[in-house]
Design a binder for this molecule. Structure first.
Ligand SMILES: O=C(CO)[C@H](O)[C@H](O)COP(=O)(O)O
Length: 206
């Protein structure tokens, strides 16, 4: 099971510092949407240069102009780009095509999507990687709940999970055996990100 560090609502230097602090425990670095809006592809390029062997996710949250945005993310060195599940099928197809041509991957963000019918359609489109996600704003009403896994049960997707996951909720989540757990604030706002990331990785390896 992999640990993905989400870098959100942080400055450039904070991002670099946090990756440096947690490097040995994280499998993927996610450059968050807000960080991309602030610094563009430059910070993806910088992280690629600093961490040539780490997988990098550009959380583009693409919902249109799929080809262009996928080329942007992959061109900057990202291994994975994110596309919203509610996007047009054409957007999803285009990004999957670019990923296929470049040997990269598309992660479909299931934020606010709860229909099994859409899961069928995503499967038909050739999607293989999805993210069960409770958004930052909605976390005011509760963080990631394992009931969400029922949405993807029976599909052969690689599953990642995100949404306010912390040391208390992690043990229940890993029982569902997601491929990747995405953690942002619980590490980035921790007093000791190194220690928190280490503890999370240890729980995941149990
Ligand atoms: O995609 C995101 C926000 O849209 C975050 O990367 C994801 O929710 C993880 O961060 P946190 O653990 O702080 O919720």
């Amino acid at each position: 099971m992999k640990l993905q560090l989400a870098l959100d609502r942080l400055t450039w230097n904070e991002c670099l510092h946090l990756v440096q602090e947690t490097e040995e425990f994280i499998d993927l670095i996610e450059v968050g949407t807000g960080v991309i809006k602030e610094y563009g592809m430059s910070i993806v390029r910088e992280l690629r240069k600093l961490y040539p062997d780490k997988k990098i996710v550009a959380d583009m949250k693409t919902c249109d102009a799929g080809k262009h945005e996928a080329l942007q993310a992959f061109g900057a060195g990202a291994d994975i780009t994110t596309v919203m599940a509610f996007s047009s099928d054409l957007t999803i197809k285009d990004t999957l095509q670019v990923a296929g041509q470049t040997g990269k991957q598309v992660m479909i963000d299931l934020l606010e999507v709860s229909s099994r019918e859409r899961m069928e359609q995503l499967h038909e489109l050739g999607v293989d990687l999805v993210s069960l996600h409770v958004g930052k704003d909605k976390q005011q009403k509760g963080v990631f709940n394992t009931e969400l896994f029922s949405l993807v049960k029976g599909f052969n997707f690689q599953v990642t999970v995100a949404g306010g996951i912390n040391l208390n909720t992690l043990p229940e989540i890993i029982k569902e055996k997601p491929d990747t757990v995405i953690v942002g604030s619980a590490i980035t706002k921790s007093e000791n990100p190194h220690e928190t990331a280490a503890m999370m990785k240890e729980i995941m390896n149990l």
